[in-house]
Design a protein around this ligand. Structure first.
Ligand code: EPZ
Length: 417
């Protein structure tokens, strides 16, 4: 398995182009199942999860392929309604196939996704909502078997928690349901708005995306579309923190500053110099940072997907700080690994208590999940000496051209077989 070797202690300088958002591209690719017309999706990052989704679309009956940053999707043969275990276990987001296939085929069998490193990640919110749309559900043989013999009927849905995936799944079903669907306590992430914009460009009737109440009026059919995916706000946040932790001076291009407002605010408060332009962010380390506590929550609060990276930064920020994880129940897998660099961290329930140390020293470490991997890369960039990072396939799921981008910024980083 590949590893990444980093010799740390170098200040990052230069510019980096932020890729399209993985967590926006995934639901948008599944949305192509809602039409038999061609769809062209651009600004798509070349990542393992994207390639898994493309393989999945082809398995279901599309003709989809990624060429550079563009996915072209054509109808190919009649769709099959099964989402097999070996596809779903590779990528939890495969559950997003439920909405479109229930809307088009009125049935779908999806292997139960199973948990992952950061938690059990149930799909009860998805299933409760589908029942409201008239879907019959039974679980057998590790599969969720769903059917809507009379088609999907619009309904009032109130989420107990603003689940991103459940909001996307219901939107992907309700656009072709009979009548109106209103989702209350919907997720408000930018990826939800991007999906709604794409669906509306296909002829859907969605309003309120990005707020806590989304209204969807079902239509008969949807057209093909050409849609450009928004920039990846989590990748952008990761590079901002990379500049901070290496005392660097970099410019992020093709980025959407308003999607990471809270990260920019926190970094400015810590003492980083940040200047925003329309699709650029200039970030420069000017003085020792002051520790900042964070507590993760749903958008627009501090994103759980940046919690591990922030912890790495606080680990080398003089003084005490606390990081609280409120969204996932087990998202501290990076803590024991960060300690191997010499970080002074103590987990206390949902909070990590951090005592900033003067410097970290390079170490061999192992990635447990995508964003934990990002935290280990950041710590390696700041640490003195060599770090060897194993199980980097987790990183390949979410960071396009990772070592190439960091090398361009002056890091001493290479991938070894
Ligand atoms: C999306 O996952 C993202 N993935 C995650 O990013 C991100 O961390 C998460 O949203 C929160 O922002 C994609 O978009 C592909 P949720 P999702 O449903 O949709 C619980 C990454 O790093 N829950 O909002 O699965 C769940 O267990 C990934 O790119 C239920 O209990 O997140 C979790 O504790 C990691 N029942 C919380 O809600 C349900 O039916 C948030 O989950 C659904 C969720």
């Amino acid at each position: 398995m590949d590893k990444i070797v980093i010799n740390g202690g170098r200040k990052l300088k230069g510019k980096v182009k932020i890729s399209g958002a993985k967590n926006s591209a995934l639901p948008i690719l599944f949305a192509s199942l809602l039409t038999d017309e061609p769809c062209i999706i651009t600004n798509v990052p070349n990542l393992a999860d994207i390639n898994t989704t493309i393989a999945f679309l082809n398995f279901i009956g599309k003709k989809a392929q990624l060429n550079k940053d563009t996915v072209k999707i054509l109808p190919f043969k009649n769709y099959n309604h099964i989402a097999p275990y070996d596809l779903v276990r590779k990528m939890r987001a495969s559950v997003l196939v439920m909405g479109p296939l229930l809307a088009r085929l009125k049935k779908v069998d999806v292997s139960l996704p199973g948990g992952c490193a950061i938690g059990a990640r149930p799909i009860d919110i998805h299933l409760e909502a589908f029942k409201k749309l008239g879907v019959k559900i039974k679980v057998s043989g590790g599969y969720v078997k769903m059917s809507a013999p009379n088609g999907l009927i619009g309904a009032k849905i109130n989420f107990r928690f603003p689940s991103v995936g459940a909001t996307e799944n219901i939107m992907l079903a309700a656009v072709l349901a009979k009548g109106k669907t209103i989702i209350s306590n919907a997720a408000k992430e930018p990826e939800i708005e991007d999906l709604a914009n794409c669906l509306n460009s296909m002829g859907a009737k969605i309003s309120g995306a990005g707020t806590k109440t989304i209204t969807i009026t079902g239509v008969e059919t949807l057209k093909g579309t050409r849609h450009k995916v928004i920039p990846d706000r989590i990748e952008a946040a990761t590079y901002l923190i990379a500049a901070a932790i290496t005392k660097g001076d970099i410019c992020l291009e093709s980025v959407c500053p308003k999607h990471i407002k809270i990260i920019i605010e926190k970094l400015k408060k810590a003492g980083l110099s940040i200047k925003e332009e329309k699709d650029k962010i200039y970030v420069k380390w000017v003085k020792d940072l002051k520790p900042q506590n964070i507590s993760t929550d749903v958008y627009p609060k501090f994103p759980t997907d940046v919690q591990a990276q922030w912890t790495a930064l606080m680990a080398v920020t003089n003084g005490k700080s606390g990081v609280k994880e409120n969204v996932f129940e087990n998202r501290f897998m990076h803590i024991p690994e960060l300690k191997r660099f010499g970080a002074d961290l103590a987990i206390n329930g949902r909070t990590v208590n951090i005592k900033g140390v003067k410097e970290l020293s390079g170490a061999p470490v192992m990635v447990s999940d995508l964003r934990a991997g990002a935290a280990l890369v950041l710590a390696s960039l700041a640490a003195n000496g060599e770090s060897i990072i194993a199980r980097i396939y987790h990183l390949d799921r979410g960071y396009e051209f990772l070592e190439k981008k960091f090398k361009q910024l002056g890091a001493d980083i290479k991938r070894i077989k």
